[in-house]
Ligand binder design. Structure first.
Ligand code: TXA
Ligand code: MG
Length: 315
């Protein structure tokens, strides 16, 4: 039986011991909960794919706690180090060329010549990584193709009984996954919109970021698969006026919403509420399904619209 444990110092130590000995631990980050394993333990990494029911050969993000560690296993340059210093710890993930040809990492990297790295901005995640002494590879802690978890209870609902431990650090503050940026060539390519707005990355670099939408059946980032974040009800997006009987998720001031992502129209607040509200809506909706109000396509709105567009995609 997996178990929700409060993220006390002692439980983080126990969790680190589980990671070191090849087990699986779900832990909080500022974006969503991750399902963690030792990046160098291929058997443990395989266990992640099995627990999630995820198609294999899907590269995973390594989580580190110290920028200096970066140069040990990926090729860094001035630009990637500057990006790391600017956006870490935080919801920002870089795809970089591998340097470490340790075959044990092949599964985590899905056999690609690149590795994908981020430093999460959450004290529990950082302490767990430091205690474990290895980078922790972690996809979102949910069954494949279901909504990402932003609380320990969501993890339990999805993966309970399949993993060794769930560290409970409360609700995630950002609420959508990290932005993934491929910096392994001279271009900067956004593979997944996420918790850092693309405008911020462009402002910092003084360079345009190429937005990649991927090909639905051959995505370079499987987060680009069309139907990825899925409630079980039909979902309509960009809805100003819901139909009779539809469960309506609003944004900004609205008096007819069943739930409102942010009555003040704050996109950061909306991102933090998004996945929890999609779950609630899925539980409460009837035959008519769910409708979501239009969300502006700026700042974190890009990530929010990306997730709800995928969730609305018909089977
Ligand atoms: O916020 C997050 O990023 C969370 C927390 C736990 O850190 N993690 C997360 O991981 O969302 P996951 O595995 O659910 O999504 C990572 C996405 C996947 O779609 C994966 O295919 C893509 O990143 N990815 C990873 N490495 C890649 C690479 N080298 N090239 C292309 N896509 C890559
Ligand atoms: Mg995921």
């Amino acid at each position: 039986m997996s178990d929700i444990c409060k993220a006390t110092k002692n439980n983080i130590k126990r969790a680190a011991e589980i990671i070191r000995t090849g087990g699986l631990v779900a832990f909080p980050t500022e974006t969503v909960y991750g399902l963690g394993a030792d990046v160098y333990n291929a058997k443990a990494v395989a266990g992640i794919f099995a627990a999630k029911g995820r198609p294999a050969f899907n590269p995973l993000i390594s989580h580190i706690a110290d920028i200096d560690f970066l140069s040990e296993y990926v090729q860094t340059d001035e630009r990637s180090v500057a990006l790391a210093k600017r956006f870490w710890p935080g919801p920002f993930t870089m795809v970089l060329k591998r340097k470490d040809h340790n075959g044990a990492m092949d599964l985590a990297c899905a056999g690609l010549p690149t590795a994908t790295v981020r430093m999460p901005n959450h004290p529990v995640a950082l302490e767990l990584i430091r205690e474990s002494g290895v980078p922790i590879v972690a996809p979102s802690a949910n069954r494949s193709q279901t909504i990402s978890p932003t609380t320990a209870e969501h993890v339990e609902e999805s993966l309970g009984g399949r993993i060794d431990m769930i560290l409970d650090g409360g609700a995630c503050s950002v609420g959508v996954e990290s932005s993934i940026v491929d910096v392994s060539s001279s271009d900067v390519v956004l593979l997944r919109a996420g918790g850092i707005a693309v405008e911020e990355i462009e402002d910092f670099l003084g360079q345009k970021v190429i937005i990649s939408h991927g090909e639905p059946d051959r995505p370079s980032s499987p987060g680009q698969m069309l139907r990825h974040y899925a409630p079980s009800h039909k979902l309509r997006i960009n809805v100003e006026k819901p139909e009779e009987g539809e469960f309506y998720i609003g944004f900004g001031w609205q008096n007819n919403a069943d739930l409102n992502l942010s009555p003040d129209g704050d996109l950061n607040e909306a991102a933090a509420n998004l996945f929890a509200y999609m779950r609630l809506a899925d539980e409460m909706a009837g035959d008519k399904g769910i409708a979501i109000a239009p969300i502006p396509e700026t700042g974190l709105g890009l990530a929010i619209n990306d997730r709800i567009r995928r969730a609305s995609y018909n089977k």
